[in-house]
Write a protein that binds this ligand. Structure first.
Ligand SMILES: O=C(O)c1cc(=O)[nH]c(=O)n1[C@@H]1O[C@H](COP(=O)(O)O)[C@@H](O)[C@H]1O
Length: 238
């Protein structure tokens, strides 16, 4: 169950991230490197996490023309990312290009493993009013997430990033093997911060999320190790 917990290392530098790694030593979770840490510490820090034995989700949410995303996907695959993501809003040609880039990198190196390529649907910070009124997409958030999930599946991707509130519907539409990676996780009573579509760790697992992504409820906790252990316990109980 612990390997279904992904800890978001949203830190400004490698040193701060290492301080958390020390606190979580021995807890077999996935590590997520997002824009803040990747732009500061680069691929070298991903290699360091791999050398420490972690599976790594490189969360750079690529959204560009297909040729550029193909190249980015090849680079992240060559780096050894176990999972990386693109925005579904880039369309099927772009998502297919991500897959082709990964396949090209795999073909030119015998030792790499196939990464999970995941499409971001609607960010978990987005609510219905913002999606309709600002972004200009009509209908419900759940319907938009499902439309993107079907596109991602058509493009041959492994799954989506969505809120755990949508995990059940995604499994119903795309099958249980289509991976749901769900941020927007808040243990009962935790601060929501900028997240809108949230669930507790237990609710997310019970709803069929394959992986839960947790940042501040662990990184900003007074005792991050205990916070992570409590979340894993809640996942096991669910
Ligand atoms: O792709 C992501 O990981 C992601 C997608 C999304 O829709 N919402 C979302 O919060 N995330 C990431 O998940 C993490 C959530 O962090 P906390 O809100 O601190 O738990 C952050 O690193 C976000 O970048």
């Amino acid at each position: 169950m612990a390997n279904r917990l992904m800890v978001a290392l949203d830190y400004p530098d490698a040193e701060s991230a290492r301080a958390l790694l020390d606190k979580l030593d021995g807890i077999p979770c996935y590590m997520k490197v997002g824009m803040q840490l990747f732009y500061a510490a680069g691929p070298e820090f991903v290699r360091e996490l791999k050398a420490r034995g972690y599976s790594v989700f490189v969360d750079l949410k690529m959204h560009d023309i297909p040729n550029t995303v193909r190249g980015g996907a090849a680079s992240l695959t060559a780096l050894g990312a176990d999972m990386f993501n693109v925005h579904a809003a880039g369309g099927t040609a772009m998502m297919k290009a991500a897959r082709e880039g990964a396949e090209a990198a795999l073909a030119s190196s015998g030792s790499l493993r196939q990464p999970l390529i995941i499409a971001v649907t609607q960010l978990t910070s987005t609510d219905q009013a913002v999606m309709n009124g600002e972004i200009g997409i009509d209908g419900s958030v759940a319907d938009t997430v499902l439309r993107y999930a079907r596109l991602a599946q058509e493009a041959g991707l492994s799954g989506v990033v969505a809120s755990p509130q949508e995990s059940k519907a995604i499994a119903a539409a795309c099958g249980p093997g289509f991976v749901s990676v769900t941020p927007g996780i808040r243990p009962a009573g935790a601060e929501l911060g900028d997240q809108s579509r949230t669930m507790t760790p237990g609710q997310a697992i019970a709803s069929g999320s394959h992986y839960i992504v947790v940042g501040r409820p662990i990184t900003a906790a007074a005792d991050p190790r205990q916070a992570a252990l409590n979340i894993i316990e809640e996942m096991v109980q669910a």
